[in-house]
Structure formats: structure tokens, C-alpha cells
Design a protein around this ligand. Structure first.
Ligand code: ADE
Ligand code: ZN
Length: 316
């Protein structure tokens, strides 16, 4: 089944480039940039990948991203991810990047963007993988800071297709970012947002009604609100679900409790994604495979999930 799932043509719609930083590359970049790391070796770092919630993961994720300093680093990071896409027959990808994680450490916006953009272009030409980049605002920071990030991004508007919202969800509702999303949409960008990962269904309502998002990232807690479920089904609003992430971050205690197939059978447009593959134990195929192993996902269900991912693309 793994090989069959791997060969299935699919799109990935929820993946943070900084979350594809494998420990081996993290150590290589630290050496290249002469940065001392708090971990003795790759195995010690990998053994720290045990999380009780989203925040515990984010603390390590932001720490890891500190080794990314030069345009070449961002190129290498993105290129390594695209090679994984090629190996798993991901024919289209819409990755996130978090500019504030880098600009707040003094790395110029254009250094980050140029490295990522060049790799995505090479991915199109050399690997045949189409893509659309999503600029994500960090929700634990202020709306003012998100506005400044949008200002920095506008001169490079052709390099990305959408804006997103990620980082610590609880206590940072979508309503906090209504004005910056209004502005981004008026500048021609599509909007997406993480909502209903750890946060309540109300955050999903806000993301839909206030931020006017076209796709919900995670959204698994929608199942707690029947009226919301009905809306998501009626309007066929896609959910970018990340099964291995949800179990690694204890959103579900075990994969056998995950609700993605229940949602699929109810007519929700759910898709399968890896979120932060270097930290959560696998790329897209591993996520599909876990659904087969623990939830008995059939080939027909896998085909429908893959088709949903192709249908829910924002970019061609
Ligand atoms: N799963 C996740 N939720 C929120 N923010 C993130 N940033 C990277 N991964 C994330
Ligand atoms: Zn995410």
C-alpha cells in the first residue's frame, strides 16, 4: 500500500518550509554559518522531537530556524523539500513561509524570499512541480507587525499567491488580524488561515467571516459544531488536515481517533498534508500511510483525498 500511495498524484497544501528543515540539514547549515548548537548531534536533536502541545513544538521550530541565514540556506531548504515532493509524486505544492521568524532576527525579507523563489522556479523547470507560495503572519505577534510584514512583501508581490496565519492559536483569534487581511485581499491576495487546530470552532467562524478565507488550515475541531460542519459541507470549503502533526501535538491522542475519514464520508472537502514533516515523522505519503494503517483508509478513500487536494489548489 505504501508504494501505491506514494505513486498517487497529489498536491500538498499545508506545509511550512521551516518545518521541513531536517536535523541533518540543520547541522550542516549550522556548520556552514559557524553557529554553535545546544544539541550534541543529530540523534540528540531528533530525540527532542516529543511534544505535548503546539507551543512546545513551536519553541523548538523557531530555535531550529535560526540556522537559516543566507539566500543559499533558504534555497537549499526549499530544494530539499521539492526533492521529497518529486520522490512522493507531489505534483503541486503551496508551501508557507514565516517571514517574521527571519526578519525579526535581522535577515532581510528579500534574502529569504529570493532563496525560496529561486528554488520554486527551479522546481518548476527541472522537476515539473508547480507551486504557489503563501506568506504567513505569526499570530502571537501584533497586527501592526503583520502590517509591516505586508509592507515589506508588496514589492515582491509576484512571488506569492496568498497570505496565511499561523503560530500559537489559543488566545490569538483571527479577529486580531482583520485589518491586515482586508488589506492583503484588497491587494489581490487570497487568504487562508490556521483555525480549529487547538482553538475552538469560534475561531473557524471568525476566519471565514472576518478574514474571508478560502481554505481552512487544520479545522479538525469543526466537528464540534454541527452548524459549522453544515456550512463547510454546503460551501465545499477545503480543510488542509495534517494527521501526523495532530497526533504528534496531541490534538488527538492516537491516530485511530482521528476524524479525517469521518469528515470525508460526511462530504467535507478534506485533504492530507504534512505540516512540518521534519518534526512530525513524515512527508505526505507517510501521512496517507498512517491513515491506512490506523483508520483502515481504502484505496477509494485515498483517491478521493488526493483528488480533493488537486481541486483545492489556489494556483495553477
Ligand atoms: N501546526 C502548526 N500550527 C500553527 N503554526 C505552525 N507553524 C508551523 N507549524 C504550525
Ligand atoms: Zn501548519
Amino acid at each position: 500500500m505504501y508504494d501505491w500511495l506514494n505513486a498517487l498524484p497529489k498536491a500538498e497544501l499545508h506545509m511550512h518550509l521551516e518545518g521541513s528543515l531536517e536535523p541533518e540539514l540543520l547541522f550542516a547549515l549550522a556548520e556552514r554559518n559557524k553557529i554553535a548548537l545546544p544539541w550534541a548531534d543529530v540523534e540528540t536533536l531528533r530525540s527532542a522531537y516529543a511534544f505535548n502541545n503546539l507551543q512546545e513544538f513551536l519553541d523548538l521550530y523557531y530555535q531550529g530556524a535560526d540556522v537559516l541565514r543566507t539566500e543559499q540556506d533558504f534555497y537549499d531548504l526549499t530544494w530539499a523539500y521539492l526533492q521529497r515532493c518529486k520522490a512522493q509524486n507531489v505534483i503541486h505544492t503551496e508551501p508557507f513561509f514565516d517571514p517574521q521568524t527571519h526578519t525579526d532576527r535581522g535577515i532581510p525579507f528579500e534574502v529569504v524570499l529570493r532563496g525560496i523563489d529561486q528554488a520554486l522556479k527551479d522546481g518548476r523547470q527541472q522537476l515539473g512541480i508547480s507551486s504557489g507560495l503563501i506568506l504567513s503572519f505569526l499570530r502571537h505577534l501584533s497586527e501592526d507587525e503583520a502590517q509591516k510584514t505586508l509592507d515589506m512583501a508588496l514589492p515582491f508581490r509576484d512571488a506569492f499567491i496568498a497570505v496565511g496565519l499561523d503560530s500559537s492559536e489559543k488566545g490569538h483569534p483571527p479577529s486580531k488580524f482583520q485589518r491586515v487581511f482586508d488589506r492583503a485581499r484588497s491587494e489581490g491576495f487570497v487568504a487562508v488561515a490556521h483555525a480549529g487546530e487547538e482553538g475552538p470552532p469560534e475561531y473557524i467562524w471568525e476566519a471565514l467571516d472576518l478574514l474571508k478565507i478560502k481554505r481552512i488550515d487544520h479545522g479538525v475541531r469543526a466537528i464540534e459544531d454541527e452548524r459549522l460542519m453544515q456550512r463547510i459541507i454546503d460551501e465545499q470549503i477545503p480543510l488542509t488536515v495534517c494527521p501526523l502533526s495532530n497526533t504528534k501535538l496531541c490534538v488527538f491522542d492516537h491516530m485511530s481517533q482521528h476524524n479525517i475519514l469521518d469528515m470525508l464520508e460526511r462530504g467535507v472537502k478534506v485533504t492530507v498534508n504534512s505540516d512540518d514533516p521534519a518534526y512530525f515523522g513524515g512527508y505526505v505519503t507517510e501521512n496517507f500511510h498512517a491513515l491506512h494503517q490506523h483508520l483502515g483508509m481504502t484505496q477509494d478513500q485515498a483517491r478521493r483525498l488526493a483528488q480533493n487536494s488537486l481541486d483545492a489548489r489556489l494556483a495553477g
